[in-house]
Design a protein around this ligand. Structure first.
Ligand code: ATR
Length: 291
């Protein structure tokens, strides 16, 4: 079982006093940037007994992995593809994770699941000086990430519109979030893009190796708009290049990755970590690397 093996190997290879263990589970997991991000924060805070590891857990081993993590005294686990939804059936959920239907952060000691993706996205916008209250926000995509982001934006008073390749999924998400959330097919994107204050891409379009793809081009955007892409591989996606061409303000996917990690760190430890240190660790790892 990978959770035990990774932990034993890490302890054997470490000169650190690793008493307080956190980690991330996923399949695949080897390219995860979360260990670099969290370990940089521990180092900066002088938490020398803390360590964050990546655990490769296959879907069929998920339940056992969580039980073993608890038995081994692992304090908390982040959860990534493909486990975010399956974990909801194995732990208690806070109200936010329950309405989203996905978990990215588990407090293992209490077996309680949280979702920090939406609050992380809002934090990334706020850090760029953007308040979403009263702003028209176009969300492209209606999958797991879009769900988390849409609920968080609606909580903060954004005027939301969701477009998706499968319009029915956009409708279900919009209706689940609030009565006044608009929705449409992605084919109607052009009519909404220009009129939105903020555009957020939650789809994988533009991700490596399809780096030349973008759902919208510069002629559909304008100066002063905020364009946020949650794809971070590459860091500057075609969408963000097009947005810059139009004079829009861009926010890249590293910010989303960092701030969901910042929020998870706080769930795990009760400490507000240094976001700049975590961001630096991620950008250093991404420099030149294609995941
Ligand atoms: P995640 O958990 O990362 O959000 P997901 O739940 O698989 O991933 O959702 C992916 C989203 O990207 C969906 O909205 C998907 O559209 P469908 O609902 O029609 O599947 C969207 N998506 C994926 N590939 C796309 C493409 N090539 N063009 C447009 N939308 C795409």
């Amino acid at each position: 079982m990978q959770v035990s093996e990774t932990l034993i190997l890490a302890k054997a290879n470490s000169t650190l006093n690793m008493d307080v263990i956190y980690g991330i589970i996923g399949d695949p997991i080897e390219h995860s940037l979360s260990p670099a991000m969290h370990n940089a924060a521990y180092e900066s805070l002088g938490l020398s007994d803390h360590c964050y590891l990546a655990f490769h857990v296959k879907p069929e081993d998920l339940q056992e992995a969580l039980a073993r993590a608890k038995a081994l005294g692992i304090r908390g686990l982040n959860v990534t593809i493909p486990h975010k939804e399956a974990v909801t059936r194995l732990v208690d959920l806070d109200a936010n994770a329950r309405r989203i239907g996905a978990v990215n952060t588990v407090d293992i000691m209490n077996m309680k699941g949280y979702n920090t993706d939406g609050s992380g996205a809002v934090c990334a916008l706020e850090e760029a000086g953007v308040s979403v209250r009263g702003k028209s926000v176009l969300v492209m995509g209606a999958g797991g990430a879009a769900r988390a982001i849409a609920f968080a934006l609606n909580d903060r008073g954004a005027d939301l519109h969701i477009v998706n390749r499968t319009p029915e999924r956009a409708r279900l998400l919009a209706e689940g979030v609030a009565d006044d959330v608009g929705w449409n097919s992605i084919n109607k994107l052009e009519q909404y893009a220009g009129n939105s204050d903020i555009i957020i891409n939650t789809t994988p379009v533009g991700m490596h190796p399809h780096v030349d793809e973008s759902l919208i081009t510069s002629n559909m955007m304008h100066e002063g708009q905020i364009v946020f892409d949650i794809v971070y591989n590459p860091v500057e996606t075609r969408l963000l290049k097009e947005a810059k061409k139009a004079g829009a303000i861009t926010i890249d996917g590293v910010k989303m990755l960092v701030y969901q990690g910042v929020k998870a760190f706080t769930v795990f430890t009760g400490i507000d970590p240094p976001a700049d240190v975590m961001e630096g660790a991620v950008r250093a790892r991404l420099g030149g690397e294609q995941l």
